[in-house]
Ligand binder design. Structure first.
Ligand SMILES: [Zn+2]
Length: 498
């Protein structure tokens, strides 16, 4: 069923219009990390992760003249020691030295050991890419530690799936874990909130037994990558009740999502009382995302960001997933404005180098959901109740002793509800079918991780047995080719930093 987006108000009387060029404006205490090189890496022609989305996003930020309201910082490159603060030495050495050519001569076992393959290929410049996207998250944390800024933004970061010794889900280095470890040097309790459509498994795993970091992930659950993040997954040892998972079914709409989000985050803020917050803003939770299955509008996604900002805690805002390139750029540019408290015109400025690629030329076009919302009010009420009950188990840890409350008998009921809803959802929901792959491609050899038949196998797409490929419409492919060409052509005139 096709349903039009429910209008969700985003701007309010506190938001100021962007002043015309040349006007003196009040600078917000916000730092924005970017590096001219970070968008110029390529996972592979058919890979759905396109770092180029960062270039387009930054172009929009510049076109809306937002740099004059904030401190723009060139992302520093981390070194191997910085990355080894979380990742194993062996894995860091591997990332630092491997090249597409050297990977060809490595054994399958070695590559498998680090989970290098279809989703996480070895591509040229991979190490530089990791050191750049993580640089903003670590240095951004230091800015918050030293109270240089209230909020730091690093859209290239937010790669939440990477594990201590392996890559996962397009992520190699977990910049979020590195950033939080830095924040923990100066903050007793750090809250991590994840609105990417995928479970923030790498971050939860890293802090699963800690009561100093609370992780809260809102994600699609069921037969969907990475498969973890059930509501019963609450952390272990001293970290029990400090991992909160909000498993959602496909096609959730604005209103139920925001109701749940605000209720839970309000309670988290009251009970955990974080001293700093890290917000991962994966935009694959938007409607019409190539890999995502939620039905959120731009306004709803940005309202979640606005709500977290309203808590007035030192805040680090990061990117994450997002696979419909134009919408990723729109989403994060819009959220940059929301963070700055700016009322943005819905018409994309003509000064944008990519303005003609946005059709319609709007910042927040209406997105159309192709599936029914599989989340029933009863299901949402049950996960909200379970989460709020769980939050009552903590009281401002780690300085305050844990307070146990009576165990409820609802566990089985919730689990049953999840299983029931998952089955129902699988029946109801559908995704666009992948275009047929060329039969000649089946016998061709591809470099590790570049096999188009296998990319996306963990991402919920299957053509029913033969080859596997992420769904791509012809217009997307043509558009991306144009963008790449345009990018090359405009590079010289693009300048270094906004
Ligand atoms: Zn994601």
């Amino acid at each position: 069923m096709t349903e039009r987006e429910r209008p969700t108000k985003l701007f309010d009387k506190h938001d100021e219009p962007i002043e015309p060029d040349g006007t003196d404006v009040k600078k917000r205490n916000v730092a924005y990390y970017f590096h001219k090189d970070v968008g110029h890496f390529h996972y592979g022609q058919l890979h759905p992760m396109k770092p180029q989305r960062l270039v387009v996003c930054n172009d929009l930020v510049v076109s809306y003249e937002m740099p004059k309201y904030m401190t723009v910082v060139e992302s520093p490159k981390l070194n191997a020691d910085d990355i080894a603060v979380f990742h194993s030495e062996q894995y860091v050495n591997f990332l630092q030295t491997v090249t597409p050519r050297s990977a060809l001569s490595m054994s399958d076992e070695t590559l498998k050991n680090f989970n290098i393959g279809e989703d996480c290929p070895v591509f040229p410049g991979m190490w530089d890419y990791c050191t750049l996207y993580a640089g903003g998250s670590v240095e951004g944390a230091r800015r918050l530690n030293h109270q240089m800024n209230d909020i730091v933004i690093n859209w290239p970061g937010g790669l939440h799936h990477a594990k201590k010794s392996e890559a996962s889900g397009f992520c190699y280095v977990n910049d979020i874990v590195l950033g939080i470890l830095e924040l923990l040097k100066y903050h007793k309790r750090v809250l991590y909130i994840d609105i990417d459509i995928h479970h923030g498994d790498g971050v939860q795993e890293a802090f699963n037994n800690s009561d100093r970091v609370m992780t809260v992930s809102f994600h699609r659950f069921g037969q969907y990558f990475p498969g973890s993040g059930s509501i019963m997954d609450k952390g272990v040892g001293p970290g029990k009740y400090f991992s909160i998972n909000v498993p959602l079914m496909a096609a959730i709409r604005d209103e139920p999502y925001l109701n749940l989000f605000e209720t839970i985050i309000r309670s988290v803020n009251e009970n955990f009382d974080p001293e700093a917050i890290v917000l991962q803003c994966g935009s694959d939770s938007l409607c019409e995302d190539r890999l995502g299955q939620f039905a959120l509008s731009f306004n709803a996604h940005a309202r979640a960001v606005k709500f977290v900002k309203s808590l007035k805690k030192p805040l680090m805002v990061l990117g994450g997933g997002g696979y419909t390139l134009r919408n990723v750029a729109r989403c994060w540019a819009l959220e940059t404005g929301v963070i700055l408290g700016l009322r943005m015109s819905d018409e994309i400025p003509g000064s944008s180098l990519y303005s003609h690629f946005f059709t319609p030329r709007l910042l927040r076009p209406t997105l159309v959901a192709k599936m029914n919302d599989a989340n029933t009010p009863a299901y949402l009420a049950s996960i909200q109740q379970e989460t709020l009950d769980c939050l009552r188990m903590i009281r401002g840890a780690p300085s305050v002793q844990m307070q146990e409350i009576n165990q409820r008998g609802s566990t089985t009921k919730i689990e049953e509800e999840v299983v029931k809803m998952t089955e129902k959802m699988e029946e109801e929901c559908h995704v666009e079918e992948a275009p047929p792959t060329s039969s000649s491609s089946t016998s061709k050899e591809f470099p590790p991780g570049q096999d188009p038949r296998r990319i996306g196998q963990y991402w919920g797409y299957s053509d029913g047995g033969g080859g596997l490929a992420p769904p791509r419409s012809r217009s997307d492919v043509v558009e991306e080719m144009k963008l790449e060409e345009e990018e090359k052509r405009k590079q010289l005139g693009f300048g270094n930093l906004p």
